[in-house]
Ligand binder design. Structure first.
Ligand code: FE2
Length: 288
């Protein structure tokens, strides 16, 4: 399966190199004496934070476990962090756990409804806003203990992904994350103080992955990481016509090449947190 162009962490090559000065953008006109940085987000909105929430209220861990058990790839007694002890897959594309989460759970109405509530109640609060556009299909990750790094170093707002600058990343572990099973990130754009997120189920990490570079390492811990992540934009900053991923993302061998840029639209890549869920679900399910 080719990496999806809109997904900054599913690329097919990796290099841990950060270009110089991935800084803030200047949105105001010259001579106005006013500089809009970070897409209009406040310092607090772009700050890296580990936020507590009640996972029982949304059931993410339970849904993940149930999906894997029903698919026959997880035993009832096995913690998610020990998936590697069951059927160590060789390589991401043969990872049966990830396949189930990406192709079954992620497309289920139960998960989508829980996510919608989670965004409205937890993410909006974490950003101090009442309404956001959010990535309607989060990306699940299963980073096996002993497995290689996935993806490559990048910032979502820069080439080749070009996500809009008002976007904030939400990264939610479903098993304990620490050290090399986690995501390495700098704490603010260009700072270069790369460190691993430390968190556990019942917490999510808010960070400005749009300009903060991030990458994974070979997982040398004894714990597999199961997580999902999504991107959100406060609605008052959302730009439905922002240039999206560029054509440089596709490989010549891909059958799904597209030409030029690909804006990530509301109602397609993003969903409105104020939308009535059942109505939106009916409209969107054909695009899942
Ligand atoms: Fe990313």
């Amino acid at each position: 399966m080719e990496p999806r162009p809109e997904d900054p962490a599913r690329a097919d090559t990796r290099h841990h190199v950060r270009p110089s000065a991935p800084g803030a953008d200047t949105a105001a006109g010259e001579g106005e004496g006013y500089r809009v940085i970070n897409g209009g987000l406040s310092e607090e909105q772009i700050a890296e934070r580990v936020v507590d929430y009640d996972d029982d209220e949304y059931g993410f861990v339970k849904m993940v476990r149930s999906a894997l058990v029903e698919a026959g790839v997880l035993k009832e007694e096995t913690p998610l962090g020990k998936l590697h002890a069951l059927a160590p897959p060789k390589g991401r594309r043969k990872n049966p756990f990830l396949f189930v989460l990406q192709n079954d759970l992620r497309k289920s109405k139960e998960f989508a409804a829980a996510l919608h509530r989670f965004v409205r109640q937890e993410i909006c609060a974490a950003l101090g806003v009442s309404r956001v556009a959010y990535q309607r299909r989060p990306t699940f990750r299963v980073h096996m203990a002993g497995g290689p790094a996935q993806g490559f170093a990048h910032a979502d707002g820069l080439e080749p992904y070009n996500h809009q600058p008002g976007e904030v990343n939400i990264w939610l572990p479903l098993s304990k994350v620490h050290g090399s099973n986690s995501l390495m990130c700098e704490s603010s754009p260009g700072k270069g103080d790369f460190h691993a997120f430390e968190a556990e189920p019942g917490q999510f990490v808010k960070f400005y992955g749009n300009r903060c570079w991030h990458y994974c390492l070979d997982n040398k811990t004894d714990d597999t990481r199961v997580s999902f992540d999504l991107r959100v934009v406060p609605m008052d900053l959302f730009d439905n016509n922002h240039d999206g991923p560029s054509k440089t993302l596709t490989k010549k061998s891909s059958k799904k090449r597209f030409s030029g840029i690909k804006p990530l639209k509301l109602g397609e890549y993003y969903m409105d947190s104020d939308a009535e869920f059942d109505e939106q679900w009916q409209q969107m399910r054909g695009r899942m």
